[in-house]
Design a binder for this molecule. Structure first.
Ligand SMILES: NC(=O)c1ccc[n+]([C@@H]2O[C@H](COP(=O)([O-])OP(=O)(O)OC[C@H]3O[C@@H](n4cnc5c(N)ncnc54)[C@H](OP(=O)(O)O)[C@@H]3O)[C@@H](O)[C@H]2O)c1
Length: 263
């Protein structure tokens, strides 16, 4: 076996936990299932307790270790509880900051509270999770932070300026954080990696977070116009590939689109 294989295996078989936010459905639930199937204990954070518990039970029924923490990424105490659960499962190896909403509306009908909520969940909530994870990861001198951004962070979509702005901020934050953590590594700080994932269209419940009915229909039409959109498992496999890379390999930014998506 090559040294790189040994390192991959040691990362894969780590008993350190992964915390996945927004794990009650979609990309987060698929990622939790994928990482748990590879032997990682997983902590699931999301607001809808029944859905979250169902994902945890599914993982446990398959022989995995899963702990559900019903809570909200905008609330620091929820995030602290999830981090504590990961510590109790052997330490936080991986944070997948995935929770997000996309409550689009035409500019003329946009509500400032909805703009605030989009920033609160997609950006501030993500920052809460990263901020709460850093002390542990810096102490352990190893860890992976995966931030779920979007192609909306690099291109424009109609009536989606605030959502796009939050995703652009997530992508740039991830790249800056990567450099800060890499500097610690070069000073003997171990392996602390940051990866950003920018998916195109994935078949999930995200469109349901659009309260404006005509806008929701328009986005549904756009989503359905793409032949063979991504499934949550496609993104989950990408995340698993990133965190299972040998420790000296840092996969920083992955754009993943359905093959038929033209923009
Ligand atoms: N689907 C796509 O086409 C697509 C494309 C690019 C990027 N993304 C990004 O991928 C991520 C996951 O979305 P998805 O597509 O899997 O959609 P989804 O099925 O709607 O999942 C979103 C998850 O976020 C959770 N969530 C929302 N607000 C939360 C909060 N305040 N606190 C904790 N959890 C919260 C939801 O759970 P609860 O409601 O139970 O809290 C849910 O589990 C998002 O960041 C999204 O922007 C999606």
């Amino acid at each position: 076996m090559e040294p790189a294989d040994l390192m991959t295996n040691s990362m894969t078989q780590s008993t350190h936990a992964a915390l996945i936010t927004g794990a009650s459905g979609g990309i987060g639930a698929a990622t939790a299932r994928q990482l748990a199937a590879q032997g990682r204990p997983v902590v699931l954070l999301g607001r809808r307790a029944p859905e979250l518990l169902a994902v945890a039970k599914q993982i446990q029924d398959q022989g995995g270790t899963a702990h559900a923490v019903p809570g909200d990424v905008t609330q620091e105490d929820s995030v602290a509880e999830a981090i504590k659960a990961a510590e109790d499962l052997g330490g936080l190896q991986t944070l997948v900051a995935n929770a997000g909403i996309m409550p689009l509306a035409p500019l003329e009908e946009s509500d400032l509270n909805i703009w605030r909520q989009t920033v609160d969940v997609n950006l501030s909530g993500l920052l809460h999770c990263v901020h709460a994870s850093l002390p542990l990861m810096l102490k352990q001198k190893r860890g992976d932070i995966i931030l779920i951004s979007s192609v909306a962070g690099r291109q424009t979509f109609p009536e989606a300026s605030v959502y796009c702005a939050t995703k652009a901020a997530v992508t740039h934050f991830g790249d800056c954080l990567r450099v800060d953590l890499a500097r610690r590594a070069s000073e003997g700080g171990g392996h602390l990696r940051v990866g950003v994932v920018e998916p195109g269209i994935v078949m999930t419940e995200l469109v349901d977070s659009i309260p404006h009915a005509p806008m929701r229909s328009a986005v549904e039409k756009f989503v359905n116009s793409v032949e063979e959109p991504l499934q949550p498992e496609d993104v989950a496999e990408t995340i698993a590939w990133m965190v299972n890379a040998p420790p000296h390999v840092s996969i920083n930014d992955v754009v993943i689109r359905p093959t038929a998506m033209t923009r």
